[in-house]
Design a protein around this ligand. Structure first.
Ligand SMILES: [Zn+2]
Length: 349
């Protein structure tokens, strides 16, 4: 494994920007963004859905940026405005979101008859590259490996923090998925509870490794890309027409248990899937991507996997979570996963 450098730069608001790279980052900082008021998110319990909802009212006041050319995730270079990253160059950068959905603070919000809690935890932004137009489809395998090592670092660090119960790196891509900043980036949420979807997965994995059980079927009928260590497949129970999961052939709790070869295979799978989506659609494909790892570093039941949901019903029709999906939680599909896999395979293999 190549040596990876990590630099912690203390921002003017005393929070850290982390810079990860194969080269040591020693550059002196340029002018920083003005300090913004910390968000103080709180949660409310939804008694009918049995889940927490987090409220971060400050988020609607997110900075309106001065000009279209101005990207707050680009390195502060020739632009006259300071950006989130006060340097000329970087490889991968992680910083706390100024409009956090989860944040450590002390101000609870009290309401009669409604259960509330402070939204403890953290919301980090992770910038994949200092190039404005580079996406996972265009990045080198080395850069994607660095991305995986960065995720691993965040899992290890954040899961050590008291009150943090779950860490999830994810990415929303494209305006269809609500993205306002096009510079390639993802987010890492650290939750003060295990989110319901993961709680359910954990319950299943504690009983048996269902992903291990269907591996042969995935390998035969559902795969869209595969290598020695990973299978990317449309799950036989997909809820989106072109849903894809990247699943390690051998069970690991999270990417922190990968060896270097598995990291490379995983990086390659990420690239194949995203590039394949773009080839299939003939444009940058919108998607929501999330890493489903175990809640604990030392879990030995959970089978890590990465899920991609492109919001598409068919190639040219958007999938909207409508009546049945939103109101009843029941997805209605018009394509079977076997067929989707056959279509996508041409573009991803
Ligand atoms: Zn940019």
């Amino acid at each position: 494994m190549k040596k990876i450098y990590k630099r912690s730069f203390v921002r003017n608001d005393k929070k850290n920007i982390l810079l990860f790279g194969y080269k040591k980052h020693t550059e002196q900082a340029e002018k920083e963004l003005a300090i913004s008021a910390d968000s103080k998110p709180h949660m409310r319990w939804h008694p009918f859905r049995n889940e927490w909802i987090t409220y971060s009212p400050g988020r609607k006041n997110r900075t309106a940026f001065p000009s279209k050319k101005y990207c707050p995730l680009c390195p502060s270079k020739k632009i006259q405005y300071p950006t989130e990253i006060p340097f000329k160059k970087f490889e991968i950068a992680v910083f706390p979101n100024r409009w956090a959905s989860f944040n450590f603070h002390k101000k609870n919000f009290k309401l009669k008859k409604i259960r509330t809690k402070i939204s403890k935890g953290s919301s980090e932004v992770i910038i994949y590259s200092d190039k404005h137009n580079e996406t996972i489809a265009d990045m080198s395998i080395e850069r994607l490996e660095l991305l995986v090592y960065t995720w691993i670092d965040r899992y290890r660090e954040l899961l050590k923090v008291k009150d943090i119960k779950y860490v999830m790196p994810f990415e929303n891509r494209g305006k269809e998925c609500g993205v306002t900043l096009h510079h390639p980036h993802g987010q890492i949420y650290a939750y003060p509870f295990i989110p319901p979807v993961i709680q359910n997965e954990e319950k299943i994995f504690n009983k048996k490794n269902y992903l291990g059980e269907i591996m042969q079927e995935l390998d035969k009928k559902y795969w869209v890309y595969k290598n020695d260590d990973m299978i990317a497949a449309v799950p036989p129970f997909a809820r989106y027409s072109y849903e894809v999961w990247i699943i390690p052939r051998k069970k690991v709790a999270g990417p922190w248990n990968f060896n270097d070869k598995q990291i490379k295979s995983y990086a390659r799978s990420l690239k194949k899937v995203v590039k394949g989506y773009d080839l299939f659609l003939g444009k940058k494909c919108p998607y929501i991507m999330g890493l489903h790892a175990a809640p604990q570093l030392n879990n030995n039941k959970f089978h890590f996997h990465t899920e991609f949901y492109p919001p598409l019903r068919s190639k040219n029709r958007p999938k909207i979570l409508a009546g049945s999906e939103s109101m009843a939680g029941t997805f209605v599909m018009d394509v079977v996963p076997e067929d989707s896999a056959r279509i996508l395979r041409k573009f991803m293999r």
